[in-house]
Design a protein around this ligand. Structure first.
Ligand code: ZN
Length: 298
């Protein structure tokens, strides 16, 4: 009895000591890497998921114009100051516009940090999806997009022009493709996040069944592009986007055939080979195949 009480006290003390240690440990300073794409266009990277100490959220495009800075996406909540610190190393202009490529918290997490005076833009379905997030409830609804569009929208003109396109469901049902025509650069958001199975967020209207079609509309519409900024990996080219379109089409056809043959998701995943796609991983293929099954077998 006595012994049990003592043991309990030791365990409690141990837990308290650990909690105190965790509280007192100096937080590592958050730092984000930056890559120059053109004279007035940068990417804030540190966008590879996995390690919470270095994962700041999706790739953020920083477009610097005479008027101010446009950010494409705003990374994870808590990384706003790190974004601002890095911005200050390349410009002293204020952030005037934010484009959210889609609803997820690793792309919309610092809308509030940059404030309500910034114009926030997104595809209309993304605004609807964002309004359902806790981060944008109540008072924070003022950090939702104030400007939306359905299929295409142009902002600014000449060298400052930005074109926004929506081509249908893929990662979500509100994925914006952002084009800087004067620079021939495209930001794909997570409709091309990495060289691996796509994440299709069905809860936000995403579709691994529509994914290949959406990317083929992108490829046939956008011709004058040299550089592609993907959601969560290093800079790519239009050829990489075309290859990803083929990858998502192959994956869909493979899953459809497996469903027809009565195979399980595990069997379908095991027999899908990524070897023909150089540099591709298959860490997320099972999730993509599962998403096709869920969508087609409902
Ligand atoms: Zn996402």
């Amino acid at each position: 009895m006595q012994r049990r009480v003592v043991l309990g006290t030791i365990v409690t003390l141990g837990a308290l000591t650990m909690a105190a240690a965790a509280y007192q440990a100096p937080a590592a300073p958050k730092s984000i890497d930056i890559v120059k794409v053109k004279d007035n266009l940068y990417v804030l990277t540190s966008s590879t998921p996995g390690n919470p100490a270095t994962f700041s959220g999706g790739n953020v495009a920083v477009f610097i114009t005479d008027r101010g800075v446009t950010l494409v996406d705003t990374k994870l909540a808590g990384w706003g100051q790190a974004v601002l610190d890095k911005l200050k190393t390349v410009t002293d202009k204020p952030v005037t516009t934010i484009i959210n490529t889609h609803t997820h918290g690793d792309h919309t997490g610092n809308n509030a940090f940059f404030g309500a005076s910034v114009e926030i833009v997104a595809q209309e379905n993304t605004k609807t999806n964002m309004a359902r997030m806790d981060a944008f409830k109540g008072d924070n609804a003022r950090f939702l997009p104030s400007k939306t569009y359905k299929d295409k929208m142009t902002m600014g003109s000449g060298k400052d022009r930005i074109d926004l396109y929506y081509f249908g469901p893929a990662h979500t049902n509100g994925d914006t493709f952002v084009v800087f025509p004067a620079l021939r650069v495209l930001h794909t958001g997570d409709a091309f996040a990495w060289k691996d199975g796509p994440l299709c967020d069905r809860g936000n209207g995403g579709s691994c069944v529509s994914f290949p079609q959406t990317l083929s509309k992108l490829a046939s519409t956008l011709k004058n592009i040299d550089v592609v900024i993907p959601g969560h990996s290093p800079l790519q080219t239009p050829k990489d986007v075309q290859e990803y379109q083929r990858f998502t089409a192959d994956l869909l056809a493979h899953a459809q055939a497996a469903i027809k043959a009565g195979q399980s998701v595990d069997d379908a995943t095991a027999s899908f080979k990524v070897d023909t796609y150089p540099g591709y991983k298959n860490e997320r293929v099972k999730g993509s195949i599962q998403a096709v099954y869920d969508e087609l077998k409902k």
